[in-house]
Design a protein around this ligand. Structure first.
Ligand SMILES: NC(=O)c1ccc[n+]([C@@H]2O[C@H](COP(=O)([O-])OP(=O)(O)OC[C@H]3O[C@@H](n4cnc5c(N)ncnc54)[C@H](OP(=O)(O)O)[C@@H]3O)[C@@H](O)[C@H]2O)c1
Length: 271
């Protein structure tokens, strides 16, 4: 009876909860900042067997408390931890680095980077450390952190026929830092037999709110750029398609892969 915990499971790729609940043998726990909203959503979908606990990735205390609440539900062991939640801010994402030249913009970027660091990097460390005692007792011993192919410098740099991608500097830089954190954990946890993986989910259509007209245009230009670079690419995946592909990679994860940064295809093909 495999057990799973999804940290930051309230929406978007939080659809992990619905996907995993298809197998009645799975024990599933989701952490969310607003558990009641997630419980309501699951109950609308007719899903009752998933446990939702409070958990804020920006708070060490909150994740320690979540681990304590989770222990008796599992019971006392966790096979697969997926750290999914992330901070991103549209107002900053759709500017290139030179867009932050003025004092005001520099201050906005400073605050954005710090908020992102708190959730996307430190939140990963807090999550893994809080849940490690449960992972150690499990048989799966898999820790997966959701990253993004946007943090591959090869995707930012222009190449012939492709202008490169100067946008999303906070998000890409903090996710790159996250990949290093995942690699460090691979070294630290090897003696315990715990495997870690930074996993990109592909480009996934999870947006619930419309982008502003200006940001929408920038986003479309980015997608056009992706297509130029990878003409075979068919466009964004649905959350369920992405989760199915990610799950295959997680199922196949071995000790040799520990610390790697892979895509939903299990390689370095990000689209
Ligand atoms: N969608 C894509 O194309 C794409 C591509 C590459 C990588 N990713 C990565 O895939 C993961 C999921 O992306 P998504 O598209 O589903 O994102 P999303 O729709 O923007 O959802 C973000 C999730 O993170 C949670 N979250 C944010 N801050 C949190 C905090 N402090 N504590 C706990 N949870 C927090 C949100 O919960 P609240 O409801 O409480 O805000 C929400 O569940 C992220 O790591 C993202 O970087 C996505």
């Amino acid at each position: 009876m495999p057990s799973y915990m999804i940290v930051g499971a309230s929406r978007g790729l939080g659809t992990w909860l619905q996907y995993l609940s298809r197998n009645p043998e799975n024990t599933i726990i989701g952490l969310a900042r607003n558990p009641s909203a997630v419980r309501e959503r699951l109950s609308t979908d007719g899903i009752s067997k998933v446990h939702i606990l409070p958990g804020d990735m920006a708070s060490h205390k909150s994740l320690v408390a979540a681990a304590e609440l989770a222990a008796p539900l599992l019971p006392n062991s966790l096979d697969v931890l997926i750290v999914n939640g992330a901070y991103a801010n549209d107002a900053v994402s759709f500017l290139p680095p030179t867009g932050f030249s003025s004092a005001t913009q520099a201050s906005i970027l400073h605050d954005d980077m710090h908020a992102s660091l708190d959730v996307n990097v430190l939140g990963v460390v807090y999550s893994i450390n809080a849940l490690l005692p449960l992972i150690n007792n499990g048989t799966g011993k898999k820790v997966v952190v959701i990253s993004t192919g946007l943090d591959d410098p090869g995707r930012a740099i222009p190449i012939e026929g492709y202008d490169g991608n100067p946008m999303m500097i906070t998000y890409s830089a903090m996710k790159a830092a996250l990949n290093m954190v995942v690699a460090k954990y691979a070294a630290d946890l090897k003696p315990l037999g715990v495997m870690t993986l930074a996993l990109s989910p592909g480009v996934v259509n999870t947006r619930e709110r419309q982008l502003s007209e200006e940001h929408g245009k920038t986003a479309m230009a980015m997608l056009e750029g992706f297509k130029k670079r990878a003409p075979h690419w068919k466009g964004p995946l649905t959350p369920v398609e992405s989760v199915e592909l990610q799950n295959k990679v997680i199922d196949g994860l071995t000790v040799e892969d520990s610390g790697k940064f892979l895509s939903h295809w299990g390689n370095k093909e990000w689209l």
